[in-house]
Design a binder for this molecule. Structure first.
Ligand code: GDP
Length: 203
């Protein structure tokens, strides 16, 4: 079955994992440092202007936002709170850490995580921390190196390969691609991959 990304619709935002919908169906989550371009990437993926709000005051997006992805009522896209915004209290940071960590580690219907990173600064300390929470034995990982339009094609490819090698060095299996929300570059590749993730696993 083909997902209809353009029909993606907001379900709800939750501030506690207890408020999440029942842990069934298939979820694909999006994570990244605040300002990495996660909202823009989600909007480009869904062909929408304002599904996720771009340039929101960083640090304000404290909730996990869930979206329904037709036509299968069991498919959801999950916008995880951006991390790494400096001007927040220790308490607030702790809250996000727990929310993100709890979600990633406990959510059994999580089929895959798309990690959004600025192509000029991939795999920061905080991205590596997040990766430690991802249950890679049951959850696929795709790294989206976004804002690729900020680099030449050659420099972007170089960053892609360097990031791939770094992940290999960390023993992390992942797919990677360059992406630009501004130029709509890489959108079809991302849609194709997520479509594969949504197919039922055959035993
Ligand atoms: P988020 O905090 O990760 O959700 O990031 P946003 O999507 O809000 O984007 C942060 C800033 O980066 C905004 O000013 C966007 O316009 C800009 N941005 C996002 N994606 C791209 C991209 O692919 N290319 C360029 N040049 N700018 C981008």
């Amino acid at each position: 079955m083909e997902p209809r990304f353009r029909e993606t619709a907001f379900i709800k935002g939750v501030a506690q994992v207890e408020q999440l919908p029942p842990d069934d169906g298939i979820e694909i989550a999006f994570a990244g440092r605040s300002n990495a371009g996660k909202s823009s990437a989600l909007n480009a993926l869904c062909g929408r202007k304002a599904l996720a709000r771009v340039g929101r005051t960083p640090g304000r997006t404290q909730e996990i936002n869930l979206f329904a992805l037709p036509p299968d009522a069991a498919w959801r896209l999950v916008d995880l709170p951006g991390y790494g915004y400096a001007k927040v209290s220790a308490g607030q940071r702790q809250h996000w850490d727990r929310l993100l960590g709890d979600y990633l580690q406990s959510r059994e219907c999580l089929a895959g995580l798309v990690l959004i990173m600025d192509i000029r600064r991939p795999l920061t300390e905080l991205d590596r921390q997040l990766l430690e929470w991802v249950p890679l034995e049951r959850c696929q990982l795709h790294c989206l190196l976004t804002k690729a339009d900020k680099l030449s094609r050659q420099a972007a490819d170089k960053q892609l390969h360097a990031t791939q090698r770094e992940l290999e060095g960390l023993g992390i299996e992942a797919t990677l691609q360059t992406f630009s929300s501004l130029k709509n570059q890489g959108v079809d590749d991302l849609r194709g991959l997520l479509t594969e993730w949504l197919q039922p696993v055959e035993d």
